[in-house]
Design a protein around this ligand. Structure first.
Ligand code: ZN
Length: 354
């Protein structure tokens, strides 16, 4: 059944090997950009573990267990209390928690601890997904650590995040990390066509989706396109014009109230642009970059970019994310991020923001 999931063949191979050897870790961390199928893969693992008629250690996809693990019963109202509880599938052994109001709560982790200690009600394994694991705060992370320390053999925890750098080292060290890659535009395109989207639209969406199937499917490309335009301006100012005034304007815009909820998304977008330019500068083919539709602009940047700096910028963005956990002043930190990055270009040095 893994073949029905799009992309990430390396991840499929790794998970398959673990299933075959009966060595699936009790705690795993699925990392990689939003919308590339981490949750679907986690559900597929839950199905493989509970399938009644597995085929070569994979889920059959048609038995009653497989069918009931297909979908999560999300609450229908945004303000429902159920968001703070485990959200179950139609199978009594498989559920997930999400971060209500952007924080994963202690009570949710205690519920998981309690449920993880039960033996499976019906299937062979209990599987709990912790979505947006980067939204754990100190208290809920500590509550989760208790379960991670010795998960019962029949229970599996799968943490999911696009921002692993935000997790405490104590959590990271107890989970087996599985890294997902952004999807290639061609992989997204063929999936869209399979889902009855006409070829031309599929092509445009796949190329503008920045490697994210979720984005290509949701069709909310307007927001993404404007985010990407803004972040491309930042990269241009850094690499081509070294325009500090533009950088400060961009930093300011990033902190404007209307974009408050987009702050992290915008950083993500900036990161994919830097990665693409970096890869192009190393001679990688344009078909392998995420923002393939911007390859002309990115090639220009790639000619001027110093590969060492690109790596450092990504580390600096990760640093900034870590600082955001402790609620630093975003405005000050973003200013300093962009200026340090700019200083890096001018002096060819490797400064750190602290
Ligand atoms: Zn099955």
């Amino acid at each position: 059944m893994f073949d029905e999931l799009t992309g990430n063949s390396r991840v499929k191979a790794v998970l398959k090997r673990m299933l075959v050897a009966d060595r699936l870790p009790g705690a795993m961390l699925f990392t990689g950009e939003e919308g590339i199928g981490k949750k679907l893969f986690a559900l597929e693992i839950a199905r493989a573990l509970n399938c009644r008629t597995p085929r070569d250690h994979e889920a059959c996809g048609v038995c009653s267990s497989c069918v009931r693990i297909r979908k999560l019963n999300y609450p229908t109202r945004d303000d429902a209390d159920e968001w703070t509880q485990i959200i179950w599938t139609d199978h009594p052994d498989v559920g997930l928690v999400v971060a209500p109001k952007r924080v994963l709560r202690v009570e949710q982790m205690r519920q998981i601890e309690k449920e993880a200690n039960f033996r499976p009600f019906e299937g062979k394994a209990r599987v709990f997904l912790i979505d947006e694991a980067d939204k754990l705060n100190d208290a809920s992370a500590n509550a989760l650590l208790k379960v991670l320390e010795e998960p019962p053999r029949t229970s599996y925890l799968i943490l999911i995040t696009a921002r692993p750098a935000m997790l405490l080292p104590t959590i990271l060290s107890r989970c087996q990390m599985i890294r997902f890659s952004p999807l290639a535009p061609a992989e997204i395109e063929s999936h869209l066509v399979k889902n009855d989207i006409d070829k031309k639209t599929a092509r445009v969406r796949a190329r503008a989706a920045g490697g994210s199937m979720g984005r290509a499917l949701s069709g909310d490309l307007v927001t993404f396109t404007s985010q990407r335009k803004a972040m491309l301006k930042v990269l241009n100012a850094l690499v081509l014009s070294n325009d500090r005034a533009q950088l400060l304007r961009s930093a300011e815009q990033l902190n404007e109230a209307q974009y408050k909820d987009e702050f992290e998304e915008r950083l993500d977008v900036l990161e994919t642009l830097i990665r693409d330019a970096w890869m192009l500068s190393l001679g990688v083919d344009t078909s392998r970059i995420v923002n393939e539709d911007l390859s002309a602009e990115l090639k220009e940047i790639a000619q001027q970019i110093n590969p060492g700096s690109a790596g450092d910028w990504i580390l600096q963005i990760e640093d900034l994310r870590e600082q955001l956990i402790v609620n630093v002043n975003k405005k000050v930190t973003t200013d300093s991020l962009f200026l340090v990055m700019a200083g890096d270009v001018a002096a060819g040095k490797r400064p750190k923001i602290r």
